[in-house]
Ligand binder design. Structure first.
Ligand SMILES: Nc1nc2c(ncn2[C@@H]2O[C@H](COP(=O)(O)OP(=O)(O)O)[C@@H](O)[C@H]2O)c(=O)[nH]1
Ligand SMILES: Nc1ncnc2c1ncn2[C@@H]1O[C@H](COP(=O)(O)OP(=O)(O)O)[C@@H](O)[C@H]1O
Length: 205
């Protein structure tokens, strides 16, 4: 395979709908992206499955992964560690497949340093009021955690300029369409098709 896959990073504030949009993208039968399952020390929520939603780890196990350079990026977020396994990302890109990461902002900025050629998409809420509503309706957080997440969210929104694209998550299906359109456009921009034609033209006819 002479073409590496594209590293697609979807990020944005907690509660904006990253998980919802990512699941909607991966529920489409023709999605060709490979989802990189993250490691976390957060306790599983009801219905979450180890190795499907996350690889659930103890703090000791996670700290060993950090020490042994097994993570492309990691962040401590609202009291828990989250990180991306580097081997899966590297081998999948090497195989020419696009890898999709859904991660918070600190991690996305680390990936930007390691993979400046990646595609960085910021998912934005229609408003801060709507963001708070979404965190509340999700109902997984206590009052204290909601305030904490809103504080973090404001700082995260300030980082929007570091991304290649901002996608507003007004309606899930619209956000998915925008993301798919961006990836398609990016592939064209990166001249994958043009390179194929150049190769064809090298041959006499
Ligand atoms: N840096 C980083 N963030 C991650 C990773 N996996 C998930 N996250 C982010 O961690 C945050 C908290 O995730 P989670 O506890 O599942 O809650 P929720 O996504 O807000 O419902 C979210 O912003 C996720 O996108 C990862 O591997 N690295
Ligand atoms: N476009 C949308 N419109 C209305 N509610 C949404 C939308 N996208 C997500 N939500 C809701 O917002 C809440 C937070 O979404 P979630 O995917 O958990 O966010 P994140 O992964 O960014 O923390 C959930 O209750 C989800 O159903």
């Amino acid at each position: 395979m002479d073409e590496r896959g594209l590293l697609i990073v979807l990020s944005g504030p907690s509660g904006v709908g990253k998980g919802t949009v990512r699941k909607a993208i991966f529920s489409e039968p023709d999605t060709k992206f490979q989802y990189s399952i993250s490691m976390t020390t957060r306790k599983p929520r009801e219905g979450e499955v180890d190795g499907v939603d996350y690889f659930f780890k103890t703090r000791e196990e996670f700290e060993d992964l950090i020490k042994n350079n097994k993570l492309l990026e990691w962040a401590e977020y609202v009291g828990n560690y989250y990180g991306t396994p580097i081997d899966y990302v590297e081998s999948t890109l090497q195989a020419g497949k696009d890898v999709f990461l859904e991660i918070e902002v600190q991690g996305a900025l680390q990936v930007r340093d390691a993979f400046p050629e990646g595609l960085f998409i910021f998912l934005a809420p229609p408003s801060l009021k709507e963001l708070k509503n979404r965190i509340i309706t999700r109902g997984t957080e206590s009052e204290d955690l909601i305030l904490n997440r809103m504080r973090v969210a404001k700082e995260e929104i300030e980082m929007m300029d570091a991304y290649d694209y901002v996608v507003e998550n007004d309606h899930v299906e619209h956000a998915c369409k925008r993301i798919n359109a961006i990836v398609t456009a990016e592939h064209c921009k990166r001249e994958r098709v043009a390179k194929r034609y150049k190769k064809m033209l090298e041959v006499d006819f």
